[in-house]
Design a protein around this ligand. Structure first.
Ligand code: GLA
Length: 366
């Protein structure tokens, strides 16, 4: 492995010897390689070498979410987002803004929905949305290349849209408006509709319906974001391929926006009315390290994924991981506390077998 000369710095990351493989460079010609990272990256100097050698696009994990950037009506908090964008510019990294509207009630600041002691009207809600989007997108015009405009609006059950204050007041119109306002605020920005499980048949159909409907109204939507939060042993490869085919037919780009492969599968957390939660909450099998056979399985699965991504590189504009290395993954906490190993780099920022597998796939056919 070419990484043996990786010099460990205090804390977490490493610096790399010339000649080391780079995801960003190896993926050139296929798609961009990005990563969702901590809002505090400007201070985390130890993470910089790993980040800048491997990735070309960054998504801030939290600081641009509505609840962080406008927690109260008209009170905008730009300090962290400004520092993030400045950091990215200094390091030649493209920024993906995330996200303008998160169509979930527990992720929308409550003031958006209220008008005194009554629910806000559709008109007021859209007015607030317009001001939010104009202010945020306008501030970073030309410096944020792509936006996740609407996050997670499709329903997990039998409805088309997830029930929310947005959907209740405005129906599908709120999605169209969000894209229109974003486009007006920065006509050059690449605008994305982002969701999870949208490679699976139910949400795939809803995604196709949504994109068709937006396109019929000339709404500027440029890509669908497939979050790509997968679990070991449960890669939905056939469904993913069917979705990529569907998006290709629609003529819309795809970004894989938040990729990881959970080493400690979590689906049972939601199964059978939540009755396995007590048992799962104690499950922490890889506290002392991830066994080689699990790392091998994960490498094989990442290879399968990237083989597919390569075959659909005409449709896929970017693949972004969610978090820089295993020690920073949200899956160490969600949906229960465990020492997880979902990414390509370990807690010291050293490449795992999955890294070599991805590099191998990205190098093939070149
Ligand atoms: C969703 C959101 C992300 C992030 C992850 C978990 O996928 O889009 O912003 O919150 O959940 O960290």
């Amino acid at each position: 492995m070419t990484w043996m000369s990786c010099v460990l710095l205090a804390g977490a990351s490493c610096s790399f010897a010339a000649g080391s493989h780079s995801l960003r460079e190896t993926a050139a010609g296929w798609f961009e390689m990005g990563v969702g990272i901590s809002d505090r990256i400007p201070e985390r100097t130890n993470d910089w070498p790993l980040l800048t050698t491997q990735f070309s696009a960054v998504t801030p994990e939290n600081c641009m979410k509505p609840v962080a950037i406008q927690p109260a009506d008209g009170r905008f908090n730009f300090a962290q987002a400004d520092a993030f964008v400045d950091f990215a510019a200094r390091h030649g990294l493209k920024v993906v803004g995330h996200c303008l509207v998160w169509a979930k009630d527990d992720r929308t600041p409550p003031w958006f929905y209220r008008d005194g002691d009554r629910p806000a009207s559709a008109e007021l809600l859209l007015q607030r949305m317009r001001r939010h989007i104009e202010t945020v997108v306008g501030r970073y015009r030309g410096r944020i290349a792509a936006w996740d405009v609407v996050n997670e609006a499709l329903d997990d059950g039998t409805n088309f849209l997830r029930p929310s204050g947005w959907e209740k007041a405005c129906g599908e119109e709120f999605i169209a408006k969000a894209f229109e306002y974003a486009h007006q605020a920065d006509p050059k920005a690449f605008l994305i509709y982002n969701d999870y499980n949208n490679e699976l048949p139910a949400k795939r159909e809803k995604t196709i319906r949504l994109i068709r409907s937006l396109r019929a109204k000339n709404v500027p939507v440029h890509a669908v974001g497939l979050q790509g939060h997968y679990e070991l042993g449960r890669l939905p490869l056939a469904d993913l391929e069917a979705t990529l085919v569907g998006m290709r037919e629609l003529g819309v780009k795809v970004v894989v926006s938040e990729l990881d492969i959970d080493a400690i599968p979590r689906a049972r957390w939601w199964a059978d009315g939540g009755k396995h939660r007590e048992e799962l909450a104690k499950l922490d099998p890889y506290r002392d390290g991830c066994p080689p056979e699990i790392l091998k399985q994960q490498a094989d699965e990442y290879a399968q994924l990237f083989r597919l991504f390569r075959q659909y590189a005409d449709v896929i504009a970017r693949v972004s991981f969610w978090n820089l290395h295993d020690g920073q993954s949200w899956l160490n906490y969600f949906p229960w506390q465990r020492v997880n190993h979902p990414l390509l780099f370990d807690r010291q920022g050293r490449p795992k077998p999955a890294f070599d597998a991805v590099i191998g796939e990205l190098s093939a056919g070149k």
